[in-house]
Design a protein around this ligand. Sequence first.
Ligand SMILES: Nc1nc2c(c(=O)[nH]1)N[C@H]1C(S)=C(S)[C@@H](COP(=O)(O)OP(=O)(O)OC[C@H]3O[C@@H](n4cnc5c(=O)[nH]c(N)nc54)[C@H](O)[C@@H]3O)O[C@H]1N2
Ligand SMILES: Nc1nc2c(c(=O)[nH]1)N[C@H]1C(S)=C(S)[C@@H](COP(=O)(O)OP(=O)(O)OC[C@H]3O[C@@H](n4cnc5c(=O)[nH]c(N)nc54)[C@H](O)[C@@H]3O)O[C@H]1N2
Ligand code: SF4
Ligand SMILES: [Mo]
Length: 852
Amino acid sequence: MKIKRRDFLKLSAIAGATAAVGGCARSAVELNALSATKKSNVVIGEAPGEWKATTCQGCTTWCPTEVFVQDGRAVKVKGNRYSKQNDGKVCPRGHLSLQQVYDPDRLKVPMKRTNPNKGKGQDPGFVPISWDEALSTIADKMMALRHDKEPEKFCLMRGRYTYMRDLIYDVVPKTFGSPNNISHSSTCAEGEKFGSFFTEGYWDYRDYDLDNSRYILIWGCDPVASNRMVPATIKRLGEALDRATVAVVDPRLTTSGAKGHEWLPLIPGTDGAVALGIAHTILTEGLWNREFVGDFKDGVNRFVPGRKVTEEEFEEVHTYGVVKWWNIAVADMSASKAASVSGVPAEQIVRVARGLAAAAPHVAVWMGPGAAMQARGGYSAMAVHALAGLLGAVDNEGGSLQSAKIPVNKLNGDILKKYQDELAKKHSHMEKIDQRGRLELPALKSGKSGGGVATNNAVTGMLNNDPYEIKVLIGYMNNFPFSCNGTDKWEKALGKVPFTVHLTTNASEFTMFADIVIPCAVTKYEKWGFVKTKANRYAACTLVQPVIEPVWDVIQDETEFPYLLAEKLKDRGFANMYDCLVEMFCDPETGAKAKNSKELSLYALKYYTKPLWDGKKDTHGDKINGWAEMVARGMWNSAPYEYKSHWGKFKTETAKFEFYSETLKKALHKHAKRHHVSVDEVMTAVNYTARGELAFVPHHEPPMRHGAESEFPFVFIDYKSRLNREGRSQNCPWYYEFKHVDPGDVGGQDTLRINPVDANKIGIKDGDRVWVTSVAASGECIARVWEGVRPGTVSKAYGQGHWAYGRTATADFGRSATRGVNNNTIIPWELERLSGSNARNGGHAAVRIEKI
Ligand SMILES: Nc1nc2c(c(=O)[nH]1)N[C@H]1C(S)=C(S)[C@@H](COP(=O)(O)OP(=O)(O)OC[C@H]3O[C@@H](n4cnc5c(=O)[nH]c(N)nc54)[C@H](O)[C@@H]3O)O[C@H]1N2
Ligand SMILES: Nc1nc2c(c(=O)[nH]1)N[C@H]1C(S)=C(S)[C@@H](COP(=O)(O)OP(=O)(O)OC[C@H]3O[C@@H](n4cnc5c(=O)[nH]c(N)nc54)[C@H](O)[C@@H]3O)O[C@H]1N2
Ligand code: SF4
Ligand SMILES: [Mo]
């Protein structure tokens, strides 16, 4: 992305006015020259500057990066030169972070609320307070819970994070005595992990070996623009187009789709049918990968359309249940039936299936949240991933990969236990506020009933005081009344919590319900942390570092806040949290105990990453000699991932890749037993239509729909803008200025794309102001007539419609969103209950469009 000189000067003016550090403006040309240099220290004119290593957190690619710091000011971003994950490059929104750290609307001091009424549109009446008052007030409220023997009524919510989260997310609630550490993970993409876990035994995101792929099947994501290996894909997709076929399964023409060979614009929520149609073709035409899946004993293919097969006739190698799967679900889903369900032409389904098979096993089946984060997305996620199994493209060259190990230290459970008193032990095992594990919410993370979080159900628990009331709530780097669908529910629930704290950089929607606001460091620039990430066969551990002095009087959320809070609790007679933190995170080099919050932050980072730089053991990756070198490089790379590492030892019940999931069967039976019901009754409770054996295999489920077709004729498609740094970049002017990089968008306004056929039918012209209305809410945006959405659907990027965040995101701060409407207000509250996920894709949000 080129930075226009005009924009750069605008930025410097803002930053100069806010940060009391003088900046020296450089032209875009000079900056680009700087970024090209490989020297770490450069002097231009009078202003010395230095590239400093840190990590971008604009998305879950979690790029190792470097920031050019000149006269104390961060002025330019690039990829870390050592990174094998992003090849030393960042994506366009990597640069946007400069506008986040120098955002004039950042919080500058702690504040408290003076208006007791909480709700959207209520001015909280924030006034500045001292750090002592802020922390003392929080500690007093928490002590009252312990005094009343109800520490479970404390809740910690986290959004985006680094792996330093353990301090705030584990040590704080567990020593205090609350089961309620609620993460954002299931508003993110847990549904995807469900798909790979109940087939491959891998509860995680996959890596993709694009360098060696011959066919790239992108399903419900847009890896050039989003997902988790963005710079790597930007670099590789161009080369791949010469060598490989690129097909995209998405109701919307994505950036990747616009460049690819095939676009399969399916009806939202029909992914299971398309995947099974492809599987049907592969099986009936005898095109599966024999090395991985095996063959009929006599080599004669008996997968004949509509016919059942005897299991004994097939001998599998690394897979389990291919015949069962065929008999239960695939035999009936021919390409033509899949076409009638999904709207994708049968010839295209067949062509893609044959192309995949010709390229197998060097096929990347890239399963994204579009196929998984649906109200009935569990089985479609499995169905898409099962294709990788049929093609032998699992853990294989050019395919989807698991991750190389990153040998960092873990939280010390023994020390934690030592500092849990009786009250803490007892109450931290109570039922959690998100009700995970109840009959209607299996949340089967890693196969365990209630094993995973159900972020968007915490709101149900809070609203109904079920299992109890939440009285003290602390949120950090989260914004659930904006980022979770069903925002009205969150507004009501947060409105009734008696005492809320937000640890944040900006006064966002969650903040508007807070009683105390704690101004925090901007993660990429002002704090210590680390993350674990992977791409291109390499796993990486990359440090988040304070590359500049904090611009304002802020603290680090994950480490300093727990320390400062623990100090106050200790003053009030409860020392366990403090003692635990200080003992667990002493300096691993000297044994010194932290004497202040900054030392604790640094020691904790050293503690976690020590095995990577202390030279004691072979890390199976970069050799780093000591902490100083680790800080200077900022990252560690693994050796390349070994193909087929998990063949023969997948972590499923059968140790095979399961087309008939014994792993899911066991998990569902356990859950059913816990509630004294049958698996069919579980299926009813979780809103799936499958009964009997169908519940154990990847299959097609009819999509859910909120709103009758007669009243709400269109299906709403949500996606991430290429410029979304999740929900955190919408106060950056560049966000609006450059948003035309999204296909079909124009930038500067919140646009809803509608197909010309539909636009004609309802009399809408390009640029018209329209209402978009679902059963949940109505909002205003601008219609853009565009062929890149399939008729019957409309699409809008997630991100705009903040009613709080700052002057760029909203004009009438705190009251109304002037830049369009939040998609999560339009998308009705809904869950995928088997994984506990928020449902944002798959088309359960039906809408009507009316001209204003
Ligand atoms: N409709 C729709 N909804 C979505 C998505 C979508 O694609 N469509 N994407 C979903 C996904 S994948 C995710 S992961 C979630 C993310 O959702 P959340 O985890 O809620 O994160 P954000 O919305 O990015 O909000 C983070 C908040 O933290 C504060 N903040 C910003 N920077 C910092 C910082 O450096 N430190 C601290 N302490 N605070 C900071 C700001 O108040 C900001 O509002 O959103 C989900 N919501
Ligand atoms: N630009 C950008 N990139 C990001 C992030 C960001 O905020 N901005 N956030 C990061 C995070 S936290 C995450 S979790 C990842 C994941 O984020 P993404 O991989 O971007 O996933 P989603 O945002 O869920 O995107 C949904 C995709 O599915 C499509 N879709 C909707 N309904 C259906 C359907 O029924 N079937 C199919 N096949 N497709 C459908 C949409 O058109 C869209 O392309 O991205 C990361 N990368
Ligand atoms: S926004 Fe994501 S892909 Fe872009 S530089 Fe940051 S972490 Fe990397
Ligand atoms: Mo996410």
